[in-house]
Each structure stands twice: as structure tokens, then as C-alpha cells.
Design a protein around this ligand. Structure first.
Ligand code: PMP
Ligand code: GLN
Length: 434
């Protein structure tokens, strides 16, 4: 006996799907199809019931797809956002020692006291926030789990959720799965701006919360004080909360300051602030995140967290607690190194004739490929770029729910000079340097 996995269209009867799939011999289906397992014994077909229809609608994430394609074609991967260095040696050392010397059993559900204390200190040190580590900090398995815990913990079916697009890919599926109704505010290149009427169109008395990713992946936008004040005024007016995804909080460039929405008047009790050690210590594989919020908001989110992951590896928590206490020089060097890498990639792309958009923060910069003369979609462009030029990027349209005509792609610049130079060389060679 053997089995095959394929995708089927839920609106078709089972039998037609089976026939269509077998005749076509296609093992992957169009987006929006539910997946089923077909057991094929001697002459007998059997189906299992489909997975959740909301999640089944989404294919594999664009980051995984593009990284797989990059590996298959030995392409330089400037797609998925991860640094290519090893991260700070002292933080790695603390983690390694804790693994060998300390307990490897479940850490407390809300996180190890040392890390919760460190998160509270960090909030006071960088933003002047007073945070009670005992009731206002929770450690999660990465920013991703923190987001899911916030959405599952706070959203009631039918609640409206305001979010900016382009949006990080994990937001919408989980918001929808939690029963939320998304109200999108669409931002467009090159300036990614919005105004009061955009927010007025998205907010309603049914708005439960707003999601704010600042700095914004993939646009590399850092929200201005005026924009934050405008958002805060809507949250107050509609008595809504904000889930603030601030995983790139330490990656803001050109002398800018990161301003947590939580620091604005009236926002301390309304916002949940999410950070991630992955970005702050260039250790994306660690998946250590943290949420800071007033006790009344934290409580429902903790209810979700306890059933999602419950806890996070203790040695990594110990090391992140140590890391958050590193001196100012560490945080300054992180910014200056990344800013130099941004500039290197931007200059290289500009030199081969591409239009590069300003990148104020995050790991990313957005480039417009119109000057290459390519007529297809940004997805097709990224595919061809990987296969033919040996450089991988992410199509910007992947961050929008509805199909958009995008001429932009996202490059990740947190890579060594040598790798960036080789990528530029490949692109120059492929497109013919000007
Ligand atoms: N939010 C944004 C905007 C991200 O880009 C990412 C991915 N790095 C995450 C959340 C997830 O963070 P983590 O890897 O800590 O789960
Ligand atoms: N945050 C990373 C990015 O935007 C991807 C993380 C992931 O692959 N899920 O590239």
C-alpha cells in the first residue's frame, strides 16, 4: 500500500476531485484548495477529512518557498530574513553553558524570572517604560507565537481587526482563524503613507484591535511620531487595543529613534508590545520572543500561550536575559553594521540601474525592477532571478491579501559584505551592468 498527497477543490464532489487529480497527475493544486490524503490500495481509494478550511487556503509561506528554490538552484538567498553571521559569541556561550549546567526541564509558563526582569529593564532603559516583570512580561517561542497568542487570546469571532498592508504573512491567517474580520489599510510604495481618512475608513465601533508592525517588514518604514499619534487617537476614540510587532525595534537607521506606540499618552493600558531575540541578537533560529502589556491585557494572552507552546527552552531564555543587558556599544554596533550593509546593497543595486526605495529600518530594502524591462509579475521575476541570475528575493505582492500589480521585490541585507558583493556581481552579469 502507498499513499499520495494532493490538493482538492472543496467545491467539487470528492469523486470528481479524485478523477481530476488522477487524470491530471497533478500533486499540487491551486491556492485556495483544501488538502486531503488519498490512500491508494489495490483498486480502492479512500479519503480522510480535510484540514481547516481557513488555513488550507494558504499555501506554503513565501519565505519557505523561496528558500527552497534558492537551495535547489544554489542561489544567493537574499529572500528570507536571516543574518549569515553567528551572532554574538558571548550570548552563544551563555546559552551553551546553561544547556550543560542548568535545568533542561520546563521553564515557568510566563518565562524565566531572569528574562522577564531583563525585558522590564530593557523597556525602562530604552523607552523609559515602567514594567512589572511579575505581571506584565511573558516569554514566548518567538515573535510568531507572541502574535498568535495575542490574536487567539483577544479576538472574539466577529471582532474587527485593523492592519496595515503590506503585512507580515502570519497575521491574516491567524486573525481569520481566531474569527477576526480584517480591515486593511493599504500602503503603497514609494512612500507607504496613510492619512486620517484611511484610518477612518478602517475603524468602526466593532474594532477590537489594530496590528502595528514598526519598523514595518517589508516596507522598511519607521512610523513617524505624527503617524503614531494619529493611530493612538483612533485607538482612544474607538476604545481599541494595539498589538505592536516591534521585533525590529533595534534596527532603525540614519539616527532615527524607535518609538513604541506604548509610550504615547493613553497607550500604556491599550498596547501589547512584542520583541524578539531573533532580530536583536541576529539569532533567528532561537525563537525567543517576549510580550509586554498591562496585566488585564496580558491575562487573556497568557491563556492562549499556555495552550500553544506553554514554555520556551530555558537555556536560550537565560542567554537572552544576559544579552538584553549588553552595553550600549552592542546596540550601536548592531545598527551601524546593518546600516552599512543596507548601504552596500543599495549602492550595488543602484549601480546596475535599479530603483531602490529608502529603507529606514528592519533587515530589508525594496527595489523596483521596472528598469530591467521584465514584463511579468513580481513572483515570476523572483523565480527567474533565482533560477537564471542566482540571486533570491521576495515578491512584494506576497505581503498583500488581494492580488496587486507589484513591480517591487524585497531584498534582505543582513549579510556579509562578500555575499552582498557576489550577489551584485551576479545581478550585474545577468542584466548587463550599466
Ligand atoms: N514579525 C515580523 C514583522 C517578522 O518579520 C518576523 C520574522 N522575523 C516575525 C514577526 C517573527 O519573529 P520570530 O522569528 O521571533 O518568530
Ligand atoms: N521574518 C522573516 C522574513 O520576513 C521570515 C520568517 C519566516 O520564514 N517565517 O523574511
Amino acid at each position: 500500500m502507498f499513499y499520495r498527497i494532493f490538493y482538492a477543490q472543496p467545491e467539487l464532489p470528492w469523486s470528481e476531485n479524485a478523477v481530476a487529480t488522477l487524470i491530471a497527475g497533478a500533486w499540487t493544486g491551486p491556492p485556495g484548495c483544501a488538502s486531503f490524503v488519498l490512500f491508494d490500495t489495490i483498486g480502492a481509494l479512500r479519503f480522510v477529512k480535510s484540514g481547516n478550511s481557513i488555513l488550507s487556503r494558504y499555501g506554503t509561506t513565501v519565505f519557505e518557498v523561496m528558500s527552497q528554490l534558492a537551495r535547489a538552484h544554489d542561489s544567493i538567498n537574499l529572500g528570507q530574513g536571516f543574518p549569515d553571521d553567528r551572532g554574538p559569541a558571548d550570548v552563544l556561550d551563555v546559552a551553551a553553558r546553561a544547556l550543560l549546567d542548568d535545568s533542561n526541564q520546563y521553564a515557568p509558563m510566563m518565562g524565566m524570572p531572569a528574562l522577564r526582569q531583563a525585558v522590564a529593564h530593557h523597556a525602562a532603559r530604552f523607552y523609559g517604560l515602567t514594567v512589572d516583570p511579575a505581571t506584565e512580561v511573558m516569554v514566548t517561542s518567538g515573535g510568531t507565537e507572541a502574535l498568535a497568542a495575542c490574536f487567539f487570546g483577544l479576538i472574539e469571532p466577529g471582532d474587527e481587526v485593523v492592519l496595515f498592508e503590506p503585512a507580515y504573512d502570519s497575521y491574516l491567517p491567524i486573525i481569520l482563524r481566531a474569527g477576526g474580520i480584517p480591515r486593511r489599510v493599504t500602503l503603497s510604495p514609494p512612500d507607504w503613507s496613510f492619512n486620517e481618512s484611511d484610518l477612518a475608513a478602517a475603524f468602526s465601533p466593532r474594532t477590537k484591535l489594530l496590528v502595528l508592525n514598526n519598523p514595518l517588514n517589508p516596507a522598511a518604514k519607521v512610523f513617524s511620531t505624527e503617524e503614531l499619534a494619529l493611530i493612538a487617537s483612533f485607538l482612544r476614540r474607538f476604545d481599541a487595543y494595539a498589538v505592536c510587532d516591534e521585533v525590529y525595534e533595534h534596527l532603525v537607521f540614519d539616527g532615527r529613534q524607535h518609538i513604541p506606540l506604548m509610550t504615547l499618552p493613553g497607550m500604556r493600558e491599550r498596547t501589547l508590545r512584542i520583541g524578539s531575540a531573533g532580530k536583536t541578537f541576529s539569532l533567528t533560529g532561537w525563537k525567543v520572543g517576549y510580550v509586554t502589556a498591562a496585566p488585564a491585557l496580558m491575562q487573556p494572552v497568557a491563556r492562549a500561550h499556555q495552550f500553544l507552546t506553554f514554555t520556551t527552552p530555558p537555556n536560550l531564555q537565560t542567554a537572552v536575559a544576559y544579552g538584553l543587558g549588553k552595553d550600549d556599544g552592542y546596540f550601536r554596533d548592531l545598527v551601524s553594521t546593518l546600516q552599512a550593509r543596507r548601504d552596500r546593497l543599495a549602492a550595488g543595486l543602484a549601480a546596475i540601474g535599479w530603483t531602490v526605495l529608502p529603507a529606514q529600518g528592519s533587515y530589508f530594502l525594496v527595489a523596483d525592477f521596472t528598469p530591467t524591462g521584465f514584463a511579468g509579475t513580481d513572483h515570476a521575476f523572483c523565480h527567474d532571478l533565482t533560477v537564471a541570475a542566482g540571486v533570491t528575493a521576495i515578491p512584494l505582492s506576497a505581503f498583500y491579501q488581494d492580488p496587486v500589480t507589484s513591480r517591487c521585490i524585497r531584498f534582505c541585507f543582513c549579510k556579509s559584505d562578500g555575499l552582498v558583493d557576489r550577489a551584485i556581481e551576479r545581478l550585474g552579469h545577468h542584466f548587463g551592468a550599466r
